[in-house]
Design a protein around this ligand. Structure first.
Ligand code: SAJ
Length: 413
């Protein structure tokens, strides 16, 4: 009897968990592997530890079907999918270098269970050359164990789902299957066909790695253009929101929206992988990162200027999430701004309808309050996230208040 799973997914976070679950609901026997025992326990109970619309329903269905089980350690499987974090480390000189330690441990962890002909897929967003490294790490670990395993296949199949719309995009986004060999690309394509209804395009692993980084760097550069424009317009006394609307009437112009900075764990990270690989060449991408990373400071400067002359100024920070209508606070420029203002001595009323307690960075420094309370109490209303709840604030409520709108939802009205 063949006891191996069809698929083992290593890393049950924002990418690994939906992927493992969707495979399971399509009839694959899936083992989800995570090094955190609490995550394994939660999933085995059919619950989830992250927030994403409808993910709870999918995971419950997957677990109840008997096709998804979570464990701490890998077990034999036909396909291993690596979906672990790939952060960067900031060096003393300010340069960023990718931290592949989670990918390396995942690759090494399967050496005891991998069998001839298995397919190893890297889904984590990674610098060019990482799929080749996975092969090297696994072969090194196999050699240490004295195991010889023939015919292993390797591919990079990057994930491109948008937080907040993950389940829809898992199925409907085009995919890239980039193998170290054409056979690996073909096998990976066959695998994803079971739930992906869009095109699955075969290429080589390095191109696939670069494609994913390119997509996020492209968006980062475009957001940096909008953010830079907001600084220029502010200096020249022009309303940037009106300006962008006008410029976007040109048939070939599509400027994105300025904001308080770029957050999340992808767009603010991935361009650095390109810059690290080709520092002399990737000049525009580095500058875009610097422009976007500089925006929170600019916003803080605006609050300082607005508070001049006020005694014990208080600020309502509307939104802490990294973007609209989600509860994800990772790498959020809004959280960075609120924390900074609190550290500077401002009284901070934080309003974040998508969380029920303050994140650690703000605990003891700010108060989490409801929108109405903040609107009444604060001297300065600082709009940081374009949550729907904030779009519904009647303009009359804002009368007589100092408002700073970093997203253009009030200023553009
Ligand atoms: N932002 C702006 N102005 C805009 C658009 C976005 O300031 O006009 C800001 C957002 O507020 C947020 C940040 O940029 O702070 C990133 O948000 P996002 O919606 O652009 O992207 P993410 O990080 O949620 O997801 C991205 C997506 N990549 C692209 O659109 C090219 C998604 O498809 C990827 O799967 C994801 O990164 C990932 O995991 O790599």
């Amino acid at each position: 009897m063949n006891k191996s799973h069809d698929v083992a997914v290593l890393g049950l976070g924002y990418i690994g968990l939906p992927t493992a679950s969707i495979f399971a609901t399509k009839g694959k026997r899936v083992l989800g592997v995570d090094v955190v025992p609490a995550v394994v326990e939660t999933i085995n109970q059919g619950s989830i530890h992250i927030h994403e619309p409808d993910l709870d329903v999918l995971v419950r269905a997957a677990v109840q079907s008997g096709n998804l089980r979570a464990a701490i350690k890998p077990e034999p499987a036909e396909v291993f999918i690596v979906a672990v974090p790939t952060p960067f480390q900031v060096k003393a000189d300010g340069s960023r270098v990718p931290d592949l330690s989670f990918v390396e441990s995942a690759a090494r962890s399967i050496a005891t269970v991998v069998q001839p002909g298995n397919l190893v897929i890297l889904e984590s967003t990674s610098p060019v050359g990482t799929t080749e490294k996975i092969k090297a790490w696994l072969e090194d670990e196999l050699a240490k164990l004295g195991r010889k395993v023939d015919g292993l296949l390797y591919a990079h199949c990057p994930e491109r789902i948008l937080p907040g719309q993950m389940l829809k995009e898992l199925v409907s986004n085009d995919r890239i299957a980039g193998g170290l060999t054409p056979e690996a690309s073909r096998k990976a394509k066959e695998l994803y066909r079971c739930f992906c209804s869009a095109d699955i395009v075969e290429t080589d692993a390095r191109t696939a790695e670069m494609a994913k980084l390119t997509e996020n760097a492209f968006r980062d550069v475009n957001i940096a253009f909008a953010n830079e424009l907001s600084l220029v317009c502010d200096k020249l006394g022009i309303k940037v929101w009106e300006l962008i609307k006008l410029a976007n009437r040109h048939p070939r112009v599509k400027i994105l929206q300025p904001g308080p900075g770029v957050g999340g764990h992808c767009i603010a990270v991935d361009p650095w992988f390109i810059v690290d690989s080709a520092p002399k060449e990737a000049r525009l991408m580095r500058t875009a990162r610097e422009v976007n990373d500089g925006k929170p400071d600019w916003v803080i400067g605006k609050v300082r200027a607005a508070s001049a002359g006020l005694k014990d100024p208080s600020v309502a920070c509307l939104g802490l999430a990294f973007k609209a209508n989600i509860d994800d606070l990772r790498e959020s420029p809004s959280l960075e701004i609120a924390t900074h203002l609190a550290d500077e001595g401002f009284k901070v009323w934080a309003v974040e309808p998508h969380v029920c307690e303050l994140p650690k960075a703000l605990q003891g420094k700010a108060e989490l309050v409801g929108l109405e309370e903040a609107l009444v109490k604060a001297d300065i209303l600082l709009l940081l996230v374009d949550h729907d709840a904030f779009k519904r604030i009647p303009p009359s409520t804002l009368m007589g208040k100092i408002t700073i709108d970093t997203r253009g939802i009030w200023n553009s009205q």
